[in-house]
Design a protein around this ligand. Structure first.
Ligand SMILES: *Cc1c(COP(=O)(O)O)cnc(C)c1O
Length: 377
């Protein structure tokens, strides 16, 4: 067996010097799975990635995969359009919401010239997609005292000064805040961005707060784009299926950039099944169970001595402010319970994010936290 490190050194090959500098400068995405593996730890309760704790029992329809898939699987496009109350021309199927983000950056932002605007604390992939593509990132942090609501007046002024901002990413309901952007604010954001930039509203969690959706604004705001996914409420994070909902002219541009056969045949077949009427009914029932479990978990967490605040949530996770977020996070990891540390996000240096699990997983988390915090009283 050859030793790749040795042969690379002998050949005098330094890939980091050859790669795009913005890629060399990037820190790799630190997923909990990667960290656990590197440290030889065994995770048992996974409450870190906002996945569904319940699984759907599904199988693809065919077993032969010698042919390329449909470029845009028609059944999936039509069923999602019907589910969202749109026409098929307003729907693009992607490999998860993450590919939707990446496509928007690559289609609308020139490397080395343009930028995206985001409102931290927010989802990390907007900045990752921008940076890996040589696109700038402008941060306009939001204030917890306003419920993390973006300031539309400041955005209008900022866009006057920064014509390089081509895409504005707003997450609603927000990850990791759990709060949705009020409708009137989205309307003002749409007015501030009109003629200047795309306004992208990431609705990855919208099934947990359907009234927060702005999909009905698409018809009157052609620069508005909505991102959706099957990874959260539909319990299909492993399927890799997401959507861009937008004006047909925007969808047409994205279709020029997306890979020719992005959606694998099994993904298309399974997505079509869960988007049939009974699949959507199962999703709604599951959302009801998760919301009930979330409220019980919030109550349990609020009663713990080291917990300062459990933020209101319109999602399948809870953002929790604690007296010793770092210590509790590490103590939980040692007990095989994985949550998400938020301490690198602005205004969240005392917070962890906990995905709602099965009732027995939530009970185990509460017992562990009571134990950990009891130890430090
Ligand atoms: C989970 C998530 C996504 C997309 O996830 P995919 O699994 O790629 O569909 C997008 N935005 C936010 C805010 C998310 O939390």
């Amino acid at each position: 067996m050859t030793n790749p490190t040795k042969s690379r050194k002998e050949a005098g090959f330094d890939p980091a010097a050859l790669a795009r500098p913005e890629v060399t400068a990037l820190k790799p995405y630190a997923s909990a799975r990667r960290i656990m593996k590197a440290e030889g730890l065994e995770g048992e309760v996974w409450l870190n990635a906002n996945e569904s704790p319940e699984a759907e029992d599904l199988a693809p329809l065919t077993m032969n995969f010698n042919r390329y898939p449909e470029a845009q699987p028609e059944a999936v496009v039509e069923r999602y359009a019907a589910y969202a109350g749109l026409s098929s021309e307003q729907v693009l199927v992607t490999r998860g919401g993450d590919e939707a983000i990446e496509l928007l950056v690559r289609t609308f932002c020139r490397p080395g010239t343009d930028a995206v605007l985001e409102f931290p604390p927010t989802y990390g992939m907007y900045a990752v997609s921008a940076r890996t593509n040589g696109v700038g990132v402008v941060d306009l942090p939001t204030d917890p005292s306003t419920g993390w609501t973006p300031d539309a007046d400041r955005i209008a002024a900022l866009l006057d000064e920064r014509p390089d901002v081509k895409v504005v990413f707003a997450c609603s309901p927000g990850n990791p805040t759990g709060a949705s952007i009020p409708r009137a604010v989205t309307e003002r954001l749409a007015a501030a961005t009109a003629g200047r930039a795309l306004l992208v509203v990431d609705e990855a969690y919208v099934e947990f707060a359907p009234e927060a959706s702005v999909v009905d604004m698409l018809g009157t705001h052609p620069h508005l784009v909505v991102i959706r996914t099957l990874s959260k409420a539909f319990a299909l994070a492993g399927l890799r299926c997401g959507f861009v909902l937008a004006d047909p002219s925007v969808i047409g541009l994205l279709l020029k950039v997306i890979a020719p056969y992005p959606i694998p045949t099994p993904t298309a077949q399974i997505a079509a099944q869960v988007l049939a009427e009974n699949g959507i009914a199962r999703m709604h029932a599951r959302v009801g169970r998760i919301i009930a479990a979330r409220e019980a978990l919030a109550e349990g967490l609020s009663a713990l001595p080291g917990v300062e605040a459990v933020m209101p949530s319109e999602t399948n996770f809870l953002l929790v402010r604690m007296r010793d977020a770092e210590g509790v996070f590490n103590a939980l990891v040692r007990r095989g319970i994985i949550v998400r540390d938020q301490r690198s996000q602005p205004s969240l240096d005392d917070a962890i994010r906990i995905s709602v699990g099965l009732p027995e997983e939530n009970a185990r988390l509460l017992a562990a936290m009571a134990d950990i915090m009891g130890d430090r009283r």
